[in-house]
Design a protein around this ligand. Structure first.
Ligand code: ADP
Length: 422
């Protein structure tokens, strides 16, 4: 596992109020951030997100608790950190270049190469040619690019961003998000980690690999969820919508229900792959010697990795394949399946599916326990909606029906929308 760069232990912050009372803003915040992580801190307005960020960078002192950088308390450490704010906070009388250079100077950096570094960083954020412009001559998006360049030029280890795109129009914000992702993925920024505060769920789901969700009044860590999406995120994809939905549910549920929600999360997610396609892929890789590089396989098939990935995952669930170091490997069971005739294939598939696929097991239990040995699909959708969005519930059921019919576990009546045992 990557090294922990930043850690907080039991951070608490309260402000004195009139009448000797205290306003508790943050309570018992204990988090760890590792090298390579893009973490978003999400929460409703007033949850204490900005306060937490200000404490992490040392602008505000906590009432209780500790902040450690590489295991050393912030009071003793000199972490290399930089912050990008919502308001661009540029000096109007300085040029773009001077504003960026000031970032270096304020950090005590007097290297003659300061100018060169600043010019280079402006280039990285797409402001090549605007060095001598004044902030008033720039659009909001360009001003925020200057803000980002100013933060990056000191080559911070962690970049803190406090709602940096929320003051921009939708399109500009969208563009900058895309560019930030590119810079991060291509490792063009001299940083190891980003901590990004936002109240915008889509923004967090688009950018981050992890969302720390704060509850409100007082701000506590309600959930810490990994956002398990491919790097290039498609906002229209089912998985993206599902992630947004899941974060939304956590944000809006009372804190005491969240552990239960996360528990339910673990319901097995069936990758959407039709049996025919899964079997075809297994046979193809078996013919190629049981091991292929996944990206090579995708390009050989003129497909995107994202398109074959559900099939590979499905093969994994069924015990027919596994992923190791970017390769897809066919197991002995997968080899046996590849070489079997049609009837034998169905037998092998039935055995492994009943053993490994939770939803198929449940469907069988339900069908076997009803006197008519039939059940409407709506019944299963109702059950699945406890774990998935409505759209995903249908996808899950559709996949299970495809697999179940292939394995001849049950049949499906298209007219009545019922599953039944033959
Ligand atoms: P968020 O960034 O999540 O919107 P903030 O961190 O800005 O939330 O604020 C959290 C709470 O702390 C708010 O209720 C705010 O009024 C209060 N607060 C923030 N700073 C101070 C301060 N200096 N004095 C008193 N209350 C404050």
């Amino acid at each position: 596992m990557a090294e922990i760069i930043l850690e907080t232990k039991g951070l608490t912050k309260s402000y004195p109020m009139s009448g000797g009372k205290e306003l508790s803003v943050l309570e018992d915040i204990t988090i760890q951030v590792r090298e390579g992580e893009f973490v978003s801190i999400l929460g409703p307005s007033g949850a204490g997100k900005s306060t937490l960020l200000r404490i992490l960078v040392g602008l505000t002192t906590p009432s209780k608790g500790e902040i450690l950088y590489h295991g050393i308390p912030l009071t003793k450490a000199q972490p290399k950190i930089a912050m990008v704010f919502q308001s661009f906070a540029l000096f109007p009388w300085l040029t773009v270049l001077e504003n960026v250079e000031l970032g270096l100077k304020s950090y005590g950096f007097t290297d003659p190469a300061a100018k060169e570094k600043s010019v280079k960083m402006l280039d990285v954020v797409g402001l090549d040619g605007f060095e001598d412009a004044y902030p008033r001559e720039l659009s909001g998006g360009m001003r925020q690019r200057v803000g980002i360049a100013r933060a990056l030029v000191i080559e911070p280890e962690i970049l803190f961003m406090d709602e940096p795109f929320s003051a921009l129009d939708i399109l500009t914000a969208e563009n900058l998000r895309g560019e930030l992702t590119d810079l991060w993925l291509k490792k063009e920024m001299p940083i190891k980690s980003i901590i990004f505060v936002t109240h915008n769920i889509e923004e967090a789901a688009f950018l981050a690999g992890r969302a720390i969700i704060l509850s409100h009044n007082p701000g506590r860590v309600k959930a810490d969820v990994f956002i398990d999406l491919p790097h290039e995120r498609d906002k229209n994809s089912r998985d993206f919508k599902y992630t947004v939905d899941r974060i939304f549910t956590i944000l809006t549920k009372p804190a005491k229900e969240v552990p239960f929600l996360l528990e339910k999360e673990r319901y097995q997610f069936l990758p959407h792959g039709k049996v025919g396609a899964i079997a075809g892929l297994i046979e193809l890789v078996h013919d190629k010697g049981d091991r292929v590089d996944i990206s090579v396989l995708a390009s050989d098939l003129s497909m995107e990795v994202d398109d074959i990935f559900p099939l590979i995952e499905a093969a994994g669930f069924l015990g027919f394949g596994e992923i190791r170091e970017g390769d897809f490997i066919i197991t002995d069971k997968g080899g046996e399946f590849s070489e079997a005739d049609t009837l034998m294939k169905k037998d092998l598939f039935r055995d492994t599916a009943l053993h490994n696929i939770q939803l198929l097991k449940q469907i069988m239990q339900v069908l076997q326990s009803t006197s008519k040995r039939r059940m409407t699909e709506d019944f299963f959708i109702d059950v699945l909606e406890n774990h998935f969005t409505t759209e995903e519930a249908w996808n899950q059921l559709e996949t299970a029906i495809d697999w179940g019919r292939y394995a001849e576990l049950f049949a499906y009546d298209y007219d009545s929308g019922e599953l039944y045992l033959e």
